[in-house]
Structure formats: C-alpha cells, structure tokens
Design a protein around this ligand. Structure first.
Ligand code: HEC
Ligand code: HEC
Length: 228
C-alpha cells in the first residue's frame, strides 16, 4: 500500500466510523442528555457537558474557554460542526493530519472524548469578526461565491454554504475564522502537507488558487457571520 492509499484508507475508516453513518450529525442535532424514557439509541454521540470539562482543562489555553481563540494561529472552534471536530481529532491522533501540537493533545483522547468535545464546541457561539481589508475581501467574495471558471475553480459557497456556515458534518464552517489560520490551511492543502481531505477535494481546489487569492478568500470568510 502506498502512503497515499494508506492515508485514504485511514481517512475512509475514520469517516465511516464517525461521520458516514450520520451519527455525528445526530450528535449535533440531538440533546446530549437522554431525558426521555424512549428506547436507548446505541449510536455514539457526544456529551457536551463532558466535553466542556476536557475543553476547560486542556484546550482552553489555546482555543479559548468557549472555542473563541485569541491568537490567529489557533483556530476558532466555536460553532464548528461536531462531526468535523471529531474527524480532525481522530486524524491528528492517527497522524493523518499532521501538526506537532495537536497530534500530542489528540493522542490522549478517546473516541468518546472526541465526540464529547465536538458536541461542546458545536454549541458555542463564534464571536463575530470583521474583515480588515475591504478591498481584498471583495476579491475573496467573488471567488467564494462564483469560483473561477477559467481555471476550473468551483465556488467555495457550494460546499461551505453561501454564509460560510458549512454543511454538517462534512463541510466545515469557515465563517469568522482567523484569516491567518485559513491562509495557513490553504497553503498546507496546496503543498500537500494537509492531506486528510477525502478525494483530495481541498488539495485540488487549493492548487487552483494563487497566494493572493488565498489571502483574499481568507480575508472574506473571516468577516462572514452566520447564524451559529
Ligand atoms: C498549545 C496550543 C493548543 C492546545 C492546548 C490545543 N490546541 Fe487544538 N490546535 C492548535 C493549533 C495551533 C491548531 C492548528 C493546527 C494546524 O495548523 O493544522 C489546532 C487545531 C485544532 C483543531 C482543528 C480545527 C479545524 O478547524 O480544522 C481542532 C478540532 C482542535 N485543535 C481541537 C483541540 C482540542 C479538543 C484540544 C484539547 C484537547 C486542543 N485542540 C488543544 C493549538 C492547540
Ligand atoms: C467540493 C466541496 C468543496 C469546495 C467547493 C470547497 N471546499 Fe473547502 N473543504 C471541503 C471539505 C470536505 C473540507 C474538510 C476536509 C477535511 O475533512 O479535513 C474542506 C476544508 C476547508 C478548509 C479547512 C477548514 C479548517 O477549519 O481547517 C478551508 C480553509 C477551506 N476548505 C477553504 C475553501 C475555500 C477557500 C474554497 C473555495 C476556493 C473551498 N474550500 C471550496 C470541501 C470543499
């Protein structure tokens, strides 16, 4: 097995485990506490209260108590989809998504912890942020909404939704994210350093963006505010 096919297999497995069956989506939309006397559902789902404990003890230092991080290198997790968060944590732990800091923190988490953390952060509200460079954001807006047919670039809005809220659980929320973090991820997809996107979807998209366009679209999404 080549490295790539191995990585894809691991990604595939973790998606099937945490996202594919729709259980991650269920975890996002159903209350974590089972208050009814209905038959117990055995699908894995997150407990936001348990997630909050781990988040407060381990993650808050970098991601903020409610997932609104202060430093631009640390992504905002508030309002991010539970299934996407759980997938990223599983892939940091498996080494499929590489980042020295996060591989260390994810190593200590169980699959249930990951679901719990996802449940917690998905329920937090992202602090609205404004784009700093309006001119650059306008260039980004055009790319985000319409893509660029000349190079076969699809509109980001098609997957990440017109308001940047994403579509649970596969397509992450981008709205209100730190510009620097978003640029960093686009560069990493471009260089193939981040390779946990199934079917190379984001690697292909990033390969069709110039450095300037990455900055523009990152600037634009940072100023998007969506309902969650
Ligand atoms: C020392 C700082 C630090 C701590 C502590 C930390 N993180 Fe992170 N986290 C980061 C950085 C930096 C990144 C960006 C990694 C990259 O560039 O790929 C990140 C990325 C992530 C991502 C990916 C977000 C996305 O949008 O794809 C998730 C999810 C995450 N962290 C969750 C956690 C959780 C849960 C904890 C606690 C168990 C935690 N982090 C603790 C620094 C930290
Ligand atoms: C065909 C669907 C699709 C389109 C179109 C698309 N994306 Fe994505 N994007 C994804 C998926 C799927 C992921 C999650 C990959 C993973 O699971 O790690 C993602 C992840 C990302 C991330 C990482 C988010 C994070 O929190 O780390 C960024 C940034 C991003 N996309 C930006 C863009 C931009 C900018 C565009 C338009 C130029 C775009 N995407 C178009 C599917 C798409």
């Amino acid at each position: 097995m080549t490295r790539t096919s191995l990585a894809n297999a691991v990604v595939g497995a973790s998606i099937a485990l945490m996202v594919g069956s729709g259980t991650a989506r269920a975890a996002e939309n159903t209350p974590a506490v089972n208050t009814s006397a209905q038959p117990t559902i055995v699908a894995p789902r997150g407990d936001a209260a348990k997630g909050q404990v781990i988040a407060g003890q381990v993650c808050a230092a970098c991601h903020g108590a409610d997932g609104n991080s202060a430093l631009a290198a640390n992504p905002v997790l508030a309002g991010q989809h539970a299934g996407y968060i759980a997938k990223q944590l599983a892939e940091f732990k498996a080494g499929v998504r590489k980042n020295a800091i996060m591989m260390g923190f994810a190593a200590a988490l169980s699959q249930q912890d990951m679901l719990d953390l996802g449940a917690f952060y998905s329920r937090q509200k992202a602090t609205p942020r404004a784009a700093n460079d309006k001119e650059l954001a306008l260039i980004g807006q055009k790319l985000f909404r319409a893509g660029n047919t000349a190079v076969g670039l699809p509109a980001c809005a098609g997957c990440h939704s017109p308001n940047g809220a994403g579509i649970p659980a596969q397509y992450p929320r981008l709205a209100g994210q730190h510009t620097e973090y978003t640029i960093g991820q686009l560069r990493a997809f471009y260089a193939g350093e981040r390779g946990n996107d199934s079917n190379k979807v984001m690697r292909t998209i990033a390969s069709r963006l110039s450095e300037r366009e990455m900055q523009a679209v990152a600037e634009y999404v940072s100023g998007l505010t969506s309902a969650r």
